[in-house]
Design a protein around this ligand. Structure first.
Ligand code: A3P
Length: 346
């Protein structure tokens, strides 16, 4: 009898225990997602016109995390597109560069915002003549599905340095918002070199040392013919863009700060894009193994950037670094002056 009672008691305790654990898990999940699942996300003035007072539906948040992920990969049936009023929209903002500035991190982090939908791939529409020749409908069809109230953002870092791009983008949308993410120019050049070097090594090819490419052996001066150097002369490229767009249409992101302190940089971008502030510290956590911030969408889904982001740079002769920094200095000053953003580079 006593044994039977004990067994019954143990069973009851087990049921109660499971209930308590279940409730606890549910509570944790709710608290974790409260921040993300604000019932409304007004998009004040962001889209202008008919949508300016629109409210962002709650279901969009859940949708964005699940189904939309599939749709971005082009896996939407006609029925789903109709059911969810999905559209493929031309970008309202483009991350035009700079290569190795942190363009991928910026795109992925902005995508944490419920009103933003990213084009996952670099489309290379405006810098590639063959793609450009396919026309604007081809470009639009490359865009992910989204709600009409959301904005689409794409990034193709080659846009910043390609001659024809500003005019082509202007022809598509003269009021588009342009994001430029920059890093200290010498560090960016070394990062650029490191990416090319890795590609060569993968093919078992040898490559020059950075010093040899960056410094002209005849003059011992900085080699401005070297692409990694030229790309870091930000002001030269920006000046070409300014022939088409006023400076107010650009926003400069500090790529070095995006690495160490991403949230304030993202908040500046939210403001620039007239988005309500929705990205929070909850969405960004430091991963000590990676040495970088990673992204947290919700209690279940988080991710770090691919291993190709955050490579170890080769050691560079300090005298070459000094020479490069001296070389970039006047260009940097001009860049600060034009953009109104001082970045305190050496
Ligand atoms: P390094 O590989 O030199 O460290 P892009 O996406 O434009 O190619 O830029 C790559 C750079 O993004 C990386 O350069 C890395 O430093 C930087 N980055 C910024 N935030 C990052 C993050 N959270 N995770 C990984 N890399 C990040």
């Amino acid at each position: 009898m006593l044994f039977k009672q004990q067994a019954w008691l143990r069973q009851k305790l087990l049921v109660l225990g499971s209930l308590a654990v279940g409730s606890l898990l549910y509570l944790v999940a709710r608290v974790g997602s409260l921040d993300r699942l604000q019932p409304i996300c007004p998009i004040e003035g962001r889209l202008g016109g008919a949508h300016s007072q629109a409210e962002f539906p709650l279901r969009a948040l859940q949708f964005k995390r699940g189904l939309l992920h599939e749709f971005r990969k082009g896996n939407a049936s006609k029925e789903q597109v109709r059911l969810h009023d999905l559209v493929q929209q031309l970008p309202k903002a483009i991350i035009i560069g700079v290569r190795k500035g942190g363009t991928r991190a910026l795109l992925e982090m902005l995508n944490l915002h419920p009103a933003v939908v990213k084009a996952s791939q670099e489309i290379h529409f405006f810098d590639n003549d063959e793609n450009y020749g396919k026309g604007i409908e081809w470009y639009r069809k490359k865009m992910p599905f989204s709600y009409p109230q959301q904005i689409t953002i794409e990034k193709s870092p080659a846009y910043f340095i390609t001659e024809e791009v500003p005019e082509r983008i202007y022809k598509m949308n003269s009021s588009i918002k342009l994001l430029i993410i920059v890093r200290e120019p010498t560090t960016r050049a070394i990062s650029d070199y490191t990416q090319v070097l890795e590609g060569k090594e993968r093919k078992n090819k040898t490559y020059y040392k950075f010093e040899k490419l960056a410094i002209d052996p005849n003059t011992c001066e900085v080699n401005t013919k070297y692409k990694a150097v030229r790309t870091s002369i930000y002001t030269k490229h920006l000046e070409r863009w300014l022939k088409y767009f006023p400076i107010e249409q650009f926003h400069v992101v500090d790529g070095d700060r995006l690495i160490t302190e991403p949230l304030p940089e993202l908040q500046l971008v939210e403001k620039f894009l007239n988005l309500p502030p929705r990205i929070s510290q909850y969405n960004l956590y430091f991963n000590a193994t990676r040495g970088f911030y990673c992204l947290r969408f919700n209690i279940i889904f988080n991710k770090c950037l691919a291993g190709s982001k955050g490579r170890i740079h080769p050691e560079v002769d300090p005298s070459v670094i000094t020479k490069l920094r001296k070389f970039f200095h006047p260009f940097n000053q001009k860049f600060y002056q034009i953009t109104g953003r001082t970045l305190n580079w050496p």
